[in-house]
Structures are given as structure tokens and as C-alpha cells.
Write a protein that binds this ligand. Structure first.
Ligand SMILES: [Fe+2]
Length: 302
């Protein structure tokens, strides 16, 4: 039986049924899932029962895994979960709710800012696959913004103004905006930030997309005050409600999104009361956005 696709809108977010991601995919299902992913950018697979091995195996259908990092690494004495996946939870190694002063908890609060995963790394993330093992009964949703639709809706003059601009991203910038600056020198050195194009072309669809995040803080060749204003204006534009889909989690949902053309954020929940346990597998993009664009142009000219 072929997979079923239930779009949320004609080109953004869809639910996918009649597929068991715990099993190897048939070539037909794999191709159909990829085609849906390039079209909708956010896919929801309900009622999946996945081990970490199965979660990782499905992620690898889309490319190599990104090395796992923890921006609160100095706190971690032992991993709570398989170290190939990121621990997006409010739990300690014994599955107890983290204390208020936990660095892991404070760093995790930055997930409530609009962002795309790993834009602060030279090679950012292509897709993230978030699997819910335990959900909060109220709150704790994930919102997604369609950065292709946001680009399409910009006035032509703005599109021309920003096309080709290069933006500097740093994880420490987004953390600083929520007042979290408590990082060791070792942690800062390990994540030096990255330069990324502000406007990308998604090869599979040919669509253009804004590439922004709360990690963005500087634009090459532009005075900082002007850059801050432009970034804030574009972030406000891109996160208008007509571009946003909100996913309300059920236990055992696997949700994957295209980091190249979406932003996301977690919504508030009472994280001192409700355990929320999510595992994230992250697939690397093929290169830095500027190098990928140069390669794409070369390929197109050949
Ligand atoms: Fe994220």
C-alpha cells in the first residue's frame, strides 16, 4: 500500500500515513516521502514506534548525520539518550525534571526563539527529525514558518536589496538575547559562528527562501545598526501568521522539517511541571550556503 499524504496547505506542511518508519522503506515509499518533503517542507508522521537505531536509519535516508553538540556541554557528565541524537527534553540523566538553575534547561529556553537548526555552523543542518516520546498535556507545541512563502511575499525592491547578502550567525547571540551568557571558553571556541547567505535557492524545488534565525546578528558590509533593523524587519515579516503552521504534539509523532527554508520555535509550557521528552536526529546540509550556491551556479552554467 502506498503512503497517504494529507496536506495542511497546498505547499506547506503535510501529514504522512500508511508508512512504518521502523522498517526499511521500499524505493517507491522513499521517493514519495522525499518528493513530499521537498514540496511541503514539514512532514508529520503520526504513531511511529521508533528505537534510536530506527530513528537514525530513517534520518540517514536524507544524508549524513550532523555530529551531535551540546551548547551546555560542560554540565553533561553522562548522556541520557543515544549520543547520535540530541536530547531536546527537560529531563536529567535519571529522567527527573531539571532544576531551575540547570544550564541545559536555560539553554533549551532559546528554542522558543524563531530559528533554523545549526545556521551557526559552517555546514548547517539540512533536516531535523524530532521524535516525541513524552509530550506536555498543555503547551509545548512547535511552530514552523515557511521562508519560501515569506520570500515570495516580499516586495520586489526588498528582494533585490537583500539578494546576495551574507549574514553572520552565532549560537551565543541567540542565547545572549534571553540573558544566557554563561559559557566556558572551550564552549565558545568550539562554536565560532558562521557566514550564510540571506537568500537561498532550494535545489529540489527551485524555490527561493529567506535564511534567517535568532542566531543572525551581523550582515557583511553593513553598519550594525542597519543590519539589526533589517534582520528584525525580515524576522517580523517571515513570522506573520499566514506563513506559520503550529504542530500540536502527540506521543510518538515524528516531525521533520527542511532547515533550509523554514524556521521553527517551541511554544511555552510549564517545564518545571510536565516532563517533555523529544529526541532530535539532524542531517547535515551538503556545504556552507555560500559554497553550495557557487556550486549550484557552476553546475547550472555547465
Ligand atoms: Fe531547533
Amino acid at each position: 500500500m502506498a503512503i497517504s499524504i494529507y496536506p495542511v496547505t497546498p505547499d506547506f506542511a503535510a501529514e504522512v500515513g500508511d508508512v512504518d518508519l521502523a522498517k526499511p522503506l521500499s524505493p517507491e515509499d522513499r521517493d514519495a516521502i522525499k518528493a513530499a518533503f521537498w514540496q511541503y517542507a514539514v512532514l508529520v508522521f503520526p504513531a511511529q514506534g521508533l528505537t534510536s537505531d530506527q530513528h537514525v536509519a530513517f534520518a540517514q535516508v536524507f544524508g549524513p548525520m550532523e555530529p551531535n553538540i551540546n551548547s551546555y556541554a560542560d554540565e553533561i557528565k553522562k548522556e541520557r539518550i543515544d549520543n547520535r541524537v540530541s536530547d531536546v527534553s527537560n529531563l536529567d540523566a535519571d529522567n527527573n525534571i531539571l532544576p531551575a538553575e540547570s544550564r541545559k534547561r536555560q539553554s533549551g529556553l532559546a528554542n522558543r526563539l524563531w530559528h533554523t537548526d545549526s545556521s551557526f555552523r559552517h555546514v548547517p543542518a539540512l533536516t531535523s527529525l524530532l521524535y516525541s516520546r513524552r509530550v506536555a498535556p498543555i503547551g509545548g507545541h512547535t511552530q514552523f514558518a515557511d521562508m519560501r512563502a515569506a520570500w515570495d511575499a516580499l516586495p520586489t525592491a526588498m528582494q533585490q536589496r537583500i539578494d546576495g547578502l551574507v549574514v553572520e550567525h552565532s549560537i551565543f547571540h541567540s542565547r545572549a538575547t534571553i540573558g544566557f551568557t554563561d559559557y566556558s571558553e572551550r564552549e565558545r571556541t568550539s562554536l565560532p559562528g558562521a557566514l550564510q547567505l540571506l537568500v537561498r535557492t532550494i535545489p529540489e524545488s527551485g524555490r527561493r527562501a529567506l535564511y534567517l534565525a535568532s542566531h543572525a546578528f551581523r550582515i557583511a558590509g553593513m553598519p550594525d545598526d542597519e543590519a539589526h533593523g533589517l534582520i528584525a524587519e525580515l524576522m517580523a515579516h517571515a513570522t506573520q501568521r499566514q506563513f506559520v503552521h503550529t504542530h500540536r504534539w502527540r506521543q510518538n509523532d515524528l516531525v521533520m522539517w527542511d532547515n533550509r527554508c523554514t524556521m521553527h520555535r517551541g511554544t511555552e509550557y510549564d517545564e518545571r511541571r510536565w516532563p517533555r521528552d523529544m529526541h532530535r536526529a539532524t542531517v547535515s546540509d551538503i556545504g556552507n550556503t555560500r559554497e553550495a550556491a557557487a556550486g549550484h551556479a557552476k553546475h547550472a552554467a555547465a
